[in-house]
Write a protein that binds this ligand. Structure first.
Ligand code: 3PG
Length: 306
């Protein structure tokens, strides 16, 4: 049985070696496709694969149709909006993610972006200290929990809003549980977005919400670009020269924003949140373990398309 690791944005060499060892130790065949530039390269590589490990690679219905033997897709990472869950389910293909494995790396990037924004991109002008400032977390999953822990070390006051998380879990982390998005946005000097892209969240953060941010606030998005209503964002940035938007998920209108609001917007050239050697290793090895567990023992504990 062949397991293909297909990553347009490659894992570290150490992570690839570790994944290969786990796959081969289980008696499976390992194949690797990295930095591909054409969908057909991916489709060809998938043609005889029974297991597939990917990152943000788009596995839509066409890709699934190109892999007639496929039994499992593991997204080495948290968000699985890049995979057509329904198309996979129709074929009986299990889809899994590896929750939590890269959350610390993303959380560290959030803190890095907060400091970069607070210090005006290190351009020598007077900035501000994040200590003593109010951090708001939209959603309180694994990344948020790490951001909260790190931010508290910096002396920030942390609050969060997450309808899917118990108030007790938020309180246990020493974080204030906000009751509304209006309260969260209205009282956060730094607001960090951690919601997934779903039909309910796509385009949900727009003019009305962003306008509520206090004077001088920074909006940080290391989650998904789709959750932002880009026209609304542009309009607020136009009206509020005090606000900043720093993102690890480049918006479609990035060039316009960079031109119009130089210094007040920042976009990583390629999504960098999970791109540390530690996160690559943790997510990659977890993906390999889960693939082997399913193909060799039928275990599907991390399935997301039941
Ligand atoms: C995730 O959902 O885990 C992150 O967005 C990381 O994505 P990446 O593996 O493409 O870096």
């Amino acid at each position: 049985m062949k397991v293909l690791v297909a990553t347009e944005k490659p894992f570290s060499a150490q992570a690839v070696q570790g994944i290969k060892a786990k796959i081969e130790d289980a008696g499976l065949e390992f194949a690797l496709l990295e930095k591909y530039t054409d969908k057909n390269e991916l489709y060809n590589a998938m043609a005889d694969a029974e297991g597939l490990i990917v990152r943000s690679d788009i596995i839509d219905s066409a890709a699934i149709a190109a892999a007639p033997k496929l039994k499992i897709i593991v997204r080495a990472g948290a968000g699985y909006d890049n995979i057509d869950l329904e198309a996979a389910k129709k074929r009986g293909i299990v889809v899994e993610n590896t929750p939590g494995q890269n959350s610390l790396a993303v959380a560290e990037l959030v803190i890095g972006m907060a400091i970069l924004a607070a210090r005006n991109n290190f351009n020598g002008t007077t900035g501000f200290e994040i200590s003593g400032k109010r951090l708001g977390l939209q959603a309180f999953g694994q990344v948020s929990r790490n951001v909260a822990r790190l931010a508290k070390g910096f002396g920030m006051t942390v609050s969060a809003l997450d309808p899917f998380c118990s108030p007790e879990a938020i309180a246990e982390a020493g974080v204030e549980n906000k009751q509304s998005l209006q309260d969260l946005y209205g009282n956060s000097d730094i607001l960090s977005i951690h919601i997934p892209a779903t039909p309910q969240t796509i385009g949900s953060i727009g003019y009305d919400l962003i306008s509520l941010l206090p004077k001088g606030a920074v909006l940080i998005n290391t989650a998904r670009k789709e959750v932002i209503d880009e026209d609304g964002l542009e309009k607020v940035l136009q009206e509020r020269p005090d606000l900043k938007y720093f993102a690890d998920v480049k918006p479609k209108n990035a060039e316009t924003l960079e031109e119009k609001f130089a210094g007040r917007v920042f976009f990583t050239p390629k999504k960098a949140g999970a791109q540390t050697k530690e996160a690559n290793l943790k997510a990659g090895l977890a993906a390999a373990d889960q693939t082997v567990d399913f193909l060799c023992r039928g275990v599907e504990n991390f399935r997301v398309n039941r």
